[in-house]
Design a protein around this ligand. Structure first.
Ligand SMILES: [Zn+2]
Length: 162
């Protein structure tokens, strides 16, 4: 091959469809989010950590976690803003392969029950300059007919104070 020789490339879009079962733990979590707009968590009987989403075995102490509803409780959906970032680089949506519109705000929240959670911060016209650490936030759900049983059924978290 000659130096500086241009290599030819070909673009091909693979279409690989697959489905997987969310199982009784994540499945219940996503169903409750979709149908009732609630975040359900479970406290690990071993190390007492709150698991969100609930899982069959605690990743820290490997204790078996009871199935819904034993030890499960729903969160208020409210908390405080811990951190945020303006995402300005193009990112692909892993579900659609499409590039997500940017920029957008992404936040990290400490929910009232002590759980750390990250999601979009909205609405779109939210003035980033007014954001302060510790501001009260609340979860805003999509309309029931638009929910799909995914974390994106949460539209965004909004600031509760001016
Ligand atoms: Zn544990």
């Amino acid at each position: 091959m000659e130096k500086n020789e241009e290599l030819l490339g070909q673009e091909r879009m693979l279409r690989v469809r697959f489905g997987w079962s969310a199982g009784p733990y994540l499945g219940k979590f996503l169903t409750e989010l979709r149908d009732n707009g609630k975040l359900w968590v479970v406290r690990c009987p071993g190390c007492k950590r709150v698991l969100m989403p609930p899982r069959i075995v605690c990743a820290t102490c490997y204790t078996r976690v009871p199935e819904f509803p034993e030890g499960w409780f729903s969160l208020s959906g409210k908390g405080r803003l811990s951190d945020w970032e303006r995402v300005i680089y193009p990112q692909m949506d892993p579900e659609t392969g499409q590039i997500r519109p940017e920029p957008y705000l992404h936040g990290v929240f400490i929910l009232d029950e002590g759980v750390t959670f990250a999601h979009y911060l909205g609405p779109e016209d939210l003035d980033e300059k007014k954001l302060r650490e510790g501001m009260k936030v609340e979860m805003v759900m999509k309309a029931p007919e638009d929910r799909e049983g995914k974390l994106t059924d949460i539209k965004f978290f909004r600031i509760m104070e001016a």
